[in-house]
Design a protein around this ligand. Sequence first.
Ligand code: NAD
Ligand code: IPM
Ligand code: MN
Length: 365
Amino acid sequence: MKLNILVTAGDGIGPEVTNEAVSVLKEIAALGGHDFAFMEKRIGGVAIVQDGTPLPDGTLDAALASDAVLLGAVGGNEFNSLPPSKRPEAGLLRIRAELGGFANLRPAFAFKELAINSPLRAEIIDGADILFVRELLGGLYFGQPRAWDRESGESWNTMRYTRSEVARVARIAFQLAQKRRRKLTSVDKANVLEVSQLWRATVNEVAAEFPDVTVEHQYVDAMAMHLMNRPRDFDVVVTENLFGDILSDESGVITGSLGMLPSATIGGKVNLFEPVHGSAPDIAGKGLANPLGAILTGALILRHSGGLETEAAAIESAVRKVLKQGFRTPDLVRGQTEGITALSTKEMGAKVRETVKEQLSAVGS
Ligand code: NAD
Ligand code: IPM
Ligand code: MN
């Protein structure tokens, strides 16, 4: 299998975690005789500093010419006073729009080994396995008009969706639900917002094509609570851009850490893969970042852009095994010491690599 992967590591912990994800993918390529080529390009704050723009043309061209893009994270405190259009985050939003993927899959899987790391009781999260499908190209992030009029002291953003934008992401969510536990929860604010009323009506229309999937609707405020109270009740959760952003970070409480969450964006010209977390300026450059979200994102590249299901599953089971053996980055430790070995970002990457190698060699022999 040949895959050209563009790596845009970005800022803060982005380079630290993507390095480990790439090293695991290289191990997979070596073991299976696959030809994975990696090219690196700048995005975000590092590109603002070196190229004067958060998304240089060379990065976008390389992304459009690749089979998959692996993005670390963008953003840094030094850019916080810039307007949205000039910030590192603008580079991320633009590459998302240009690549065209509208369905951002954010799986939140509660590894049993990390139950103790969640503030929720083990019996609440045991077995939780949710797939968020976040609409990624619409809503408040892209709606026009938007502005901050400093003279009048007024500012506005626009939450806007078309029926077809909702239908296409809903259809993907239903298809994914069919391959899972056949339950779809659509999250909106239809008690207040017209946009959400269109959202709900459209999800109901699309539901007619999928009679084998059970559909329920939840308001986003109640959903934020249900997720903490009864996360096991949810299978696929589809929602608009900002609600999905917020609920997916919240699901980091179920998995034990935000650093465990991967994502894959599909449906466009080139698939885009990013861990859910940001550039974490508070821990950047210290070897403290958890690379497992990025490594699990690597597994999603193999699944969604490479069709390499066995290899994707091998990464996921290697992560589980490493956790089972007690290896932890600092974010995965909550007071417990017994049976725990603290690892740096690089050491965690090396452990997963070693374990993937053992597993795939055992399968091959
Ligand atoms: P963040 O996700 O960077 O960090 C939130 C908290 O989680 C921090 O305490 C951080 O240390 C911790 N954390 C995050 N990832 C971790 C990991 N892998 N291992 C261990 N701990 C981890 O969110 P923030 O602090 O609100 O934002 C920081 C910057 O990142 C901002 O500029 C924001 O816009 C940007 N951001 C970028 C992306 C992206 O590029 N995809 C996503 C989210 C936030
Ligand atoms: C994410 C991030 C981004 C988003 C920001 C950095 C633009 O929070 O990927 O979740 O809001 O989509
Ligand atoms: Mn986010």
